[in-house]
Design a protein around this ligand. Structure first.
Ligand code: LLP
Length: 427
């Protein structure tokens, strides 16, 4: 359910006019609806309630502590991909026994942190990683619980940049390599292989790739059973798509109907790691129109957010709906661009839009996922503030950065500012 609606000609997030937020907090600002997030979590809870499972919200979609607190309050665990994400999850009060950790390039420092924290499962992506974990487990005198991430080699029918379960990508192990590892698992004295993991891609709007991949995983689990290798956990990753434009993605209950009959016979507990589905449509970016410009062949609407605030359009050619905060009559055809010195700094090209004028608030929809979390300080712009709405209350969950934040941790070496006549010589 979407909690961004027009009332009396103005856009509201739950019970608050988004214009009021912009006037108070400034722009650009991300605004999230807690009701939408809770609603999305409940759709999964309801759909899988009769099957033993653990949901791990994939925090790479949006890792603000307040968002993590909402998912944790619902009993959800977290899917992490770095030491920094582990730090955030623990700060938000997530139970370590509900944390799973994927990623092809975990450093030994990050692995040690995860092992010290006693997280549920580390998802192994190579044999070398298994060896590194075994070593750390030995030093820490611990038996580490892991799952093997499999690359099931299927076509998830999504943007090629976010299709991770295909042949040739860096993610996971082939079934053949995984089998070899299982057969010599006794060599890894400080490791318990308890599960299998896959994550086939993101923004998947069809059930077919899930069915196909799960079928392959289940066959593999049956094959392992014959070798007396028990598997407790089957983690099918995330990837469930949302509506940005006209997509009609499957609901969690349709996903459950498609995959549970396949999984039931394995007796495995299920893990699912949705990210975008939980927060994608729960967020908007409110920006201000700085200028409009008419050139010979096109109209430009220049806003105060740029590809540093929201990079999905520049990076993937992603589509985000654009609305005016105030309902307007008529349309213009224009490009919406930001202040960054790159041609790819745009949010829409040649699009039919409301007739924006200078000072208007322009809304970029469906920006709760992979938006703030992928933002940057390019061109030394501060990143947007973040506000969470809960009914009639708003919370500033990330204050706007200051110029001082931009230079945090930087220093000028005294050697660099010596008068040139005193220039030192390196020996
Ligand atoms: N689990 C793993 C291991 C992942 O790598 C990901 C996302 C997820 C779960 C969550 O996937 P989701 O349910 O959110 O689709 N930046 C891109 C998306 C990259 C996804 C990376 N992995 C975008 O803006 O579309």
């Amino acid at each position: 359910m979407n909690h961004f609606n027009f009332k009396n000609g103005h856009l509201y997030c739950e019970n608050i006019p988004v214009k009021d937020i912009a006037e108070k907090i400034g722009t650009p600002t991300y605004i999230y609806s807690s009701a939408t997030i809770n609603n999305n979590l409940e759709l999964f809870d309801e759909a899988f309630k009769d099957y033993p499972h653990l949901f791990c919200y994939s925090m790479k979609a949006n890792s603000n502590l307040s968002i993590l607190a909402i998912t944790a309050k619902k009993g959800w665990g977290i899917d992490i991909v770095s030491g920094g994400e582990l730090f955030r999850a623990l700060k938000a009060g997530v139970d370590p026994k509900k944390i799973v950790y994927a990623g092809v390039g975990k450093t030994s420092k990050e692995l040690k942190e995860a092992i010290d924290a006693d997280i549920l499962l580390i998802n192994i992506e190579s044999e070398a990683e298994l060896e590194a974990i075994d070593k750390i487990g030995k030093q820490s005198e611990k038996e580490v619980s892991v799952a093997l991430r499999i690359n099931p080699e299927i076509e998830p029918e999504t943007h090629h940049n976010i299709a991770t379960g295909k042949k040739g990508t860096k993610f996971g192990l082939s079934f053949i390599r995984a089998k070899e590892i299982f057969l010599k698992r006794a060599n890894y004295k400080n490791i318990q292989i308890e599960g299998l993991h896959m994550h086939i891609g993101s923004q998947i709007v069809s059930l077919k790739p899930y069915e196909e991949a799960v079928r392959k995983m289940v066959e593999f689990i049956e094959e392992l059973k014959k070798e007396d290798v028990p598997i407790q956990w089957l983690n099918i990753g995330g990837g469930m798509g949302i509506t940005y434009k006209e997509e009609i993605p499957p609901t969690p209950s349709q996903l459950a109907d498609a995959i549970l009959p396949l999984i039931e016979k394995t007796g495995c507990k299920l893990i699912i790691e949705p990210g975008r589905f939980i927060v994608g449509n729960a967020g908007i970016l409110i920006t201000k129109v700085l200028y409009t410009k008419i050139s010979e062949d096109r109209n430009f609407i220049i806003v105060d957010a740029g590809m540093n605030s929201l990079v999905r359009v520049a990076l993937y050619g992603a589509y985000h709906e654009i609305l005016s905060e105030e309902q307007k009559y008529g349309t213009i055809v224009a490009d919406v661009v930001g202040p960054i010195c790159e041609n790819t700094d745009f949010f829409a090209k040649n699009r039919e839009l409301p007739p924006f004028k200078q000072g208007d608030y322009l809304i970029i929809m469906s920006t709760g996922a992979f938006s703030f979390s992928m933002s940057s300080n390019y061109n030394s712009h501060t990143r947007p503030a973040e506000v969470l709405i809960d009914n009639s209350r708003g919370y500033l969950i990330k204050r706007r950065e200051s110029y001082l934040d931009l230079i945090q941790g930087e220093s000028i070496s005294p050697r660099l500012v010596l008068p040139s006549s005193l220039e030192s010589v390196d020996f």
